[in-house]
Design a protein around this ligand. Sequence first.
Ligand code: RIB
Length: 303
Amino acid sequence: MTVFVLGSINLDAVARVDDLPRPGETVAGLSLDLFLGGKGANQAVAAARMGAPTRLMGAVGRDDSGPSLKAKLAGYGVQVADVAELANVPTGQAHVWVSKSGENMIVVTGGANTALTAQHVGATPLEGQRVLLSQLETPVSAIEALFRAGAAKGGLRILNAAPALPQGAALFPLTDILIVNQTELATYAKLDHEPSKLEEVSRVARKLMSRPDQTIIVTLGSAGVATVRRDEAFLIEGRKVKALDTTGAGDCFCGALAANLAANMDLREAVEMANAAAALSVQKSGAAPSMPSRREVEAFLEG
Ligand code: RIB
C-alpha cells in the first residue's frame, strides 16, 4: 500500500565543523558537501527504502539544482510525477552545519517549497493512498487540503509538526498520528523546559490531543521514542550508536514509520523498527543519503 508524502525538497549544503559557531563567531569549515534534503524528500526516501511504494508531491525550481534533485529522488525509487518544476523561483536550500559530535544547526530558505497551494493538491488524485505524510516546510493550506481530501478516501494522516510553527497547530485536529521531538513538544505546549520522562511527556502530549482516537509520538533523541494514546503510553528505548550526523534522523523515523503502517504493521512494532532505522541513519553523512534499506534495518534488529 502506498505512502503519499507532501513536503519540501531542498539542496542541503553541509559544512562540517569541529564545534558549532556561537553568534558573532567565525569558524573554519572542514568540508562542504551538497546533498538531497528537505524534510519531505528525506521522509519519502526513507519510506521508499523501507519498501513502500512512495509518491512525493512537492516543488523545485527550474534552476541548476531542481531537476537533478528530482532525478536523485527517482533514483531512490520515489515516484516524482507530482513534483512540479516551477519557473522564476529557486529550489529550496538548507545550510547545514554539523559538529564533530554529530549535532547540527540548519537554516532553510524555502523557495519553490513555499509556492505549493491547495489547488495543486486538489488537482492530484489520491485514490489508494494508505498513508498521507506531511511536515511543516510547505504551506499549511496545502497540507490542510491534503488531509481533508485524504481522510474522505480513508487515508491515515501523519503530521510531523516540524519545524515548530504556531500556525501548524491548526492541522492537529485533522491528524491521526502527530510526531514531534521534545523541543517541538515544549514549543506547542508553551513549556519553558523540554519534558524527557515518559510520565511528563505523556501528560503534556495528552494536552495537545484534539481527538480521543489520536496518537502522539515524541522522539527523544538518544533516549528513544514515546508513543502516547489516550489510555496507554510506552517508551521504546534509544539504541546506543556513535552519531556521525544526526541531520534527517527524525525524517528517517517518520518515513520508516509511515512505510511500516502502510504495510499494516502493528503500531508498537512499527515504532520499534522506525527507531532502529533512525539509529542507523545517524551513522552516515547527509540526510536523504543516510536512509537505510529494510534489509539493513532487519539485520540491525537481529544483530
Ligand atoms: O530534517 C532535516 C532537513 O531539514 C534537512 O535535510 C534540511 O533540508 C531541512 O529541511
